[in-house]
Every structure is written in structure tokens, then in C-alpha cells.
Design a protein around this ligand. Structure first.
Ligand code: BDP
Length: 703
């Protein structure tokens, strides 16, 4: 904000945060802030610097429009807003804001303090252009009410998962071996970072709940309250992953049967105590009957019974339960070709549609398997119109290079969000997750009978740890940012989000050659998801990673295991037959037109071919290439692209355009990415050459 003069009009809650932020942004630059509280009527108070009371106009006005009388500049923008939006001018909701210009000033209007804070961050994002002369009035509201990050953080360090399960950015930001972190500034800074990205909810512990972590729900709830206190000023609510067996493990009961009265009373009492300690607590996250976690199946109960029992305990306090749909048998017989892990979530949950309480949110991974570099959209998203659904992404790069590889995931998520499960022109994944628009006033649900009145939102597994760069690979921060931005506005262009992030992160006005910096970073990152796909698993087949830690290639690593993750490559062909005609029948879980599109060898999109079909190596793709030649070509090309990325970065280093510490970190990671990409290329190409016996049409050397 430099030396600008700001007026903050309003009081309560996050308005203090807004004031602090504004004062900080102007400090040392001659910036001035006036705080105008609505009550008492004459209660004007200068918070930082001096403002000439007679000077009338401010450069920036941040005003709660619910607190009259509004400052003149705000009144003018309010009028323009009403004129432009007419009957749609209300409501802005808890988090929305209006941005406009009047005279020499920029004005943010909101109906609640969080809206002012998001408005301020938006002004910061726009930089100088927020203060440009002609800027038509705009309304901003988040598409998703819930924009949540799940931390797979353990309080203790566990032999199987370390401190952060699938964490690639050091230790936990919340916990240090056995205890809460003793560094509140870092957690506070994280809250600020999240609000600046648009995230408003955080689950503070791993979905795989070990014994120490289970206790966060009861005798260690104070530790959670301490985190909530640090995040609250930034509008971020906390959630807790809980064990379905908590009534036994913590409560000493003999059962966790969700229909048992004693069990329900235990959940009710425990939850009441949680809310006594944390009145704005968000709710529970539950992974049940999955990968060894306890669940309702042990009592012959359904997942609706299980979820509803916890939801009932949360309902009096306005809490929700995020019940994960990631339920499958991880002990299946790999010789049994009739089983298919991709089918599991739909088979378990689709029949339960309509049976969940209103405050249950079914949290569905975006693909039917497990965050692979390429998967179709999960058919569950189209199968449960009477259930609140949240869509889950993985910002932590478990299967996309573990924050050692540059892999910007914005384009992948945008593709998922844009997908129309009922065909082009119909509702999209984003609209299902968002639920009925605020404007509808619930009319969609009235029309649909039992349709939910709210969406479940967007959730992602966090990629943040205590690493000095937050995310291990400094460029992986872009994924955190893109997640928050897409959850707020799913229609945003991921390329534009990337540019925003580059500008905010790397391009201070003092940079010697901002254009070179901007362009080069964009070139390195924009298509890096496709690059990663090219040198790893081809055409939607997935996995082929080293078992356990999931980094680097191991073509047959999971092929004869119980996890249900197969490619079925043999000397004649590759791919998983998931058709109704001759395979597992998974294509039948999709509505039309996708059910027929995926079923058809001719119509199935190339990039998903091996997810749905088992084909000979000589099968001709729409691209004109054979499957085997596509594998060779993409793997050679992917490695070349990584080499190019590295050369591009060297240009930036040579020009001295990036901080030396950050430069060293990125260089080390790019070296590793190149090494790893070559390893992928060589193992995948050699494997398929040996299996198929088909030489490379372009005569390149394959061992
Ligand atoms: C898989 C991870 C595993 C998680 C699981 C989950 O490998 O560590 O516990 O997802 O989502 O991708 O529960």
C-alpha cells in the first residue's frame, strides 16, 4: 500500500486483522490508517500514522456496509454496485466483497469482516491496477463455501508414516514430536498465507488416526484449541480427524457400534466438550473401513449409520462430519480378475444416496483410484444427487513427484472441475461441489425434492510443512495457491493463476528484468503436469511406482500385490479392461454419455485408454501413433522437456534474478527431477520393449 491513506470502517472479529494488515503494509512507507468504528457514533480512532481529518478522500476504503453511516466514498460505490447488479446486489454472504472506484479512491465493501479481509488481499493481489482510474464495480463471492486443507500430520513420529504422512516439506507445521509447536508465529503466518490464498478450513491431523492423535479429541483438545486461536484471526476454522473406534479407545466402551445408545451418548458428550473448548470448531474428518482404519462394517452397519451417528453429535453445534468415500479392499486377491478397486467407492456409497444427514459431507477423491497423474473423474460425483459432496484433491505431490519435481497441478484440477459428468452443457464437477448458488435461496433443492441445500466444497491434502520454503520445492507453493484460487473461483484459468502467483512471489518492483523472470517461470511451470505425465505412466494406466514410499519407477512394483493397482501388461498388450462387455463393468457406473464413450474402444479418449481398455501394443491411437510408439515418444520427449526446464532456470540464476538460497534449492531439485525422469524413461521404455519386442520406429537406443 506504500504511502496510501486507508480508511477502515467497521468493528468486530476480523476487522482487527484487517487493521493490522493495513498498518503493516503501510508501515515504513508513510502509509496512514484511520479506523472508524460505528459505535459510539463519534468513535473515530487513528490506529497508525496521522490522517488529516479534513482531507475527505482516502486512497483505499474498506467498509462494512452493514454499519451506517457509511463513508461518502463507500456510499458512491454502493450506489454504482446496485445500479450494475440490480436485484442481484444482495447478499454478499459471509466472505464476499465488492470492489469499486470512486474519485481517487478504491473501495471494498463487505457484509462481514471476513469479506473485508478477502477484499484487502484481493487489492494486494491486483497491486497498482487496483488503483487504476477506471475500474468498473465488481462483486466477488467464493463459489465454494468450504475451502479446506487436510493435514496428514501426526503429533508423534510413526515408524510407518513419519511425522507427516506423504509430507515432502519437513516436519509438521502444527506439531513437533509429541507436542504442539512452540512457535506460534509460524502457525499465525500460515493462517495469513491460507487466507491470502482463499482457504478457510484446516484439519490438523492425519486421517489415519494413531493412539496419540486420537487423544486430540478428548484430553488433548486444548492443543487443538491453541491452533484454532492462532488461525481464527484469518477466518480459518479447525477440524479434527477422529477414529471411528474412539468410544472404545478413548471412552473405554466395549463397542463403537453406531446404533448403540451408549456409543451415541459418548459421541454427544465428547462433542459437547469439544465445542465448550472451541466454540467455532468445524467438525470431524473420518476415514473408516479403509486401509486398516476401524469403521461401521465391524458391526454390520452401513456407512450412512456410521456417518449419521457422528453427525447427530455435531448437529446441535452446527458442525459437520467429512466422511471419506475412499473405502476399498486393500487385501484383494490379485489373481482374481473380477475385482476392481476403481469400482469400490461407487459400490459402497451410491446405494446410500439420500440416507445421510444434512450435516454429513461425503468427501470423494476426484478420481476412482488414488490421485494418479491421470484418472477419469470419479463416477461417485454423478451418483449421489441427494448427498452433500466434497471433492478431494491432493496438493501434496505423493504421486506427482513428491515436491522434488516441478509439477504444477492447476490444469489438472481445472480439468476435473470443468468435467460435465452428464455430458457437455450440464452441471460440472465444480457445480456439484459448490451446491446450489447463494442466489438460488435453495430453489434448486426445492425443485429436486431431497437435493441438499448446500454443497460440500473443495478439500485437498496440504503440501505444507515446517520447511523454510513452506513446501520443500519452492515452486510447489504454486499448487497451494492454485488450490485456494480454484476453490474460490473454479472458472479461473490456471495459467492466469500461475502468473498471479509468480508476480506475488517473485516479481518485486526492484527486480532487474521482471519480464524475463515472469516469462521464464511461466515456461518452466505452465505445462509441467503434462511433462510429468509424459515421462511416467502412460495413457491413464497409473501407479508403476516403488511400493511404500511411491517415489520413482517400479513398473511391476504393485502388479502382484493385494492393493488392486494393476496394469496387466503381458507380451501381447497392456491396460485394464473395465468395460461392461468383457471387463470389470466399471464403465457402467457412469451416466451417459460417458458410460458409452468409455466403453467404446473407438471413442475413449487417448489419455485414458489404458484405464478402460486392455489393448495390443500395436493399437492405433486417435493421435495416429501406436500405443507402444506413444510410450517411447512421450518418454523421450518428457526427459527433453525437463532438460529444457533446467536450462531455463539456469538463465534466471545466471542473471541473478532469484534469491541465492532459493536458487540453490530449486537447482538441486531440478537436477533430481532430470535424474528421475531419465530413470522413468529408461525403465518404462525398456520394460515395454522387452515385453512387446517392438523396436522404436525412430531407431533410438532402448536397452
Ligand atoms: C493414499 C496414501 C495414503 C493415505 C490414503 C488416504 O498413499 O498414505 O492414507 O491415500 O487418502 O494416497 O487415506
Amino acid at each position: 500500500l506504500g504511502s496510501r491513506r486507508t480508511l477502515v470502517h467497521g468493528a468486530g472479529g476480523l476487522v482487527d486483522t484487517v487493521l493490522r494488515e493495513v498498518a503493516q503494509a503501510g508501515a515504513g512507507h508513510g502509509g496512514q490508517v484511520r479506523h472508524q468504528e460505528p459505535r459510539p457514533a463519534d468513535g473515530q480512532r487513528v490506529v497508525a500514522g496521522e490522517v488529516d481529518a479534513g482531507a475527505g478522500e482516502f486512497d483505499l476504503v474498506l467498509a462494512l456496509r452493514t454499519t451506517a453511516p457509511l463513508p461518502d466514498q463507500a456510499v458512491a460505490v454502493e450506489a454504482e454496485f446496485r445500479q450494475r447488479y440490480g436485484e442481484h446486489a444482495d447478499p454478499l454472504g459471509d466472505e464476499g466483497f465488492v470492489l469499486g472506484r470512486h474519485g481517487q479512491g478504491t473501495v471494498v465493501l463487505a457484509d462481514a469482516p471476513a469479506g473485508l479481509l478477502y477484499g484487502l488481499f484481493h487489492v494486494v493481489r491486483l497491486g497498482e491496477s487496483a488503483f487504476g482510474a477506471d475500474r468498473p464495480v465488481e462483486r466477488h463471492r467464493p463459489a465454494m463455501r468450504l475451502r479446506m486443507l487436510d493435514h496428514w500430520d501426526n503429533v508423534d513420529v510413526h515408524h510407518d508414516s513419519g511425522q507427516v504422512e506423504r509430507g515432502y516439506a519437513g516436519g509438521s507445521i502444527f506439531w513437533q514430536i509429541g507436542e504442539p509447536r512452540r512457535d506460534p508465529d509460524r502457525v499465525r503466518a500460515y493462517g495469513r498465507l491460507l487466507a491470502a490464498c482463499g482457504v478457510n478450513a484446516v484439519a490438523v491431523n492425519n486421517v489415519n488416526v494413531h493412539a496419540t492423535e486420537a487423544r486430540l479429541l478428548t484430553d488433548r483438545i486444548g492443543d487443538v484449541a491453541a491452533i484454532a486461536e492462532l488461525l481464527r484471526p484469518y477466518g480459518v476454522r479447525v477440524y479434527l480427524s477422529v477414529s471411528f473406534a474412539a468410544p472404545i479407545v478413548l471412552g473405554g466402551l466395549s463397542s463403537a457400534d453406531p446404533l448403540d445408545e451408549e456409543v451415541r451418548a459418548w459421541w454427544a458428550g465428547t462433542t459437547r466438550q469439544v465445542y465448550e473448548t472451541i466454540p467455532d470448531f468445524g467438525g470431524y474428518v473420518v476415514k473408516a473401513d479403509s486401509e486398516g482404519q476401524p469403521g461401521p462394517f465391524a458391526y454390520g452397519r452401513s456407512h450412512a449409520d456410521g456417518a449419521n451417528a457422528l453427525a447427530e453429535a455435531l448437529a446441535p453445534f452446527g458442525g459437520v462430519v467429512h466422511w471419506r468415500a475412499f473405502v476399498y479392499n486393500h487385501r484383494q486377491d490379485w489373481r482374481d480378475r473380477s475385482t476392481d478397486r476403481a469400482r469400490a467407492a461407487f459400490d459402497h456409497f451410491a446405494p446410500l444416496d439420500g440416507q445421510f444427514r444434512e450435516n454429513v459431507i461425503l468427501q470423494v477423491k476426484h478420481g476412482p483410484m488414488d490421485f494418479q497423474v491421470r484418472e477419469p473423474v470419479s463416477p461417485v460425483i454423478a451418483a449421489m444427487p441427494a448427498t452433500r459432496l466434497a471433492v478431494e484433491f491432493q496438493v501434496t505431490q505423493e504421486y506427482t513427484g513428491q515436491q522434488r519435481h516441478v509439477c504444477y497441478l492447476g490444469p489438472l484440477w481445472r480439468e476435473v472441475l470443468d468435467f460435465g459428468p452428464w455430458g457437455a452443457g450440464g452441471p460440472t464437477v465444480a457445480t456439484v461441489a459448490a451446491g446450489p448458488a447463494v442466489d438460488d435461496g435453495g430453489s434448486a433443492s426445492a425443485a429436486g425434492g431431497s437435493a441438499p441445500t448446500a454443497g460440500g466444497g473443495l478439500v485437498a491434502v496440504s503440501n505444507v510443512g515446517d520447511d523454510p520454503f513452506w513446501t520443500g520445492h519452492p515452486l510447489a507453493q504454486a499448487n497451494l495457491y492454485a488450490f485456494g484460487r480454484l476453490a474460490w473461483a473454479p472458472g479461473m484459468d490456471p495459467s492466469a493463476i500461475l502468473d498471479e502467483w509468480i508476480d506475488l512471489t517473485f516479481v518485486p518492483s526492484t527486480t532487474a528484468d521482471p519480464e524475463l523472470l515472469r516469462r521464464t517461470l511461466h515456461e518452466i511451470m505452465d505445462d509441467s503436469w503434462h511433462t510429468y505425465e509424459r515421462y511416467t505412466t502412460p495413457l491413464g494406466v497409473g501407479f508403476m511406482v516403488r511400493p511404500g514410499h511411491h517415489y520413482g519407477p517400479d513398473v511391476d512394483g504393485y502388479e502382484y500385490t493385494a492393493w488392486g493397482t494393476y496394469h496387466f501388461a503381458d507380451r501381447d498388450g497392456i491396460g485394464v479392461d473395465r468395460t461392461r462387455r468383457s471387463g470389470t463393468g466399471f464403465t457402467g457406473q457412469y451416466p451417459q454419455p460417458w458410460s458409452d464413450v468409455y466403453e467404446s474402444l473407438e471413442r475413449c479418449p487417448d489419455e485414458l485408454l489404458l484405464f478402460f481398455h486392455h489393448v495390443p501394443y500395436g493399437h492405433l491411437l486417435h493421435s495416429g501413433s501406436t500405443v507402444i510408439q506413444h510410450i517411447y515418444d512421450t518418454h523421450f520427449a518428457g526427459v527433453e522437456e525437463v532438460a529444457r526446464m533446467r536450462r531455463r532456470w539456469e538463465r534466471l540464476s545466471a542473471a541473478g534474478l532469484v534469491d541465492p538460497g532459493l536458487d540453490a534449492r530449486v537447482r538441486e531439485r531440478l537436477d533430481e527431477q532430470l535424474r528421475s525422469a531419465q530413470e522413468w524413461r529408461d525403465q518404462v521404455n525398456t520394460y515395454f520393449f522387452r515385453k512387446s519386442g517392438v523396436p522404436d520406429a525412430r531407431g533410438r537406443r532402448i536397452h
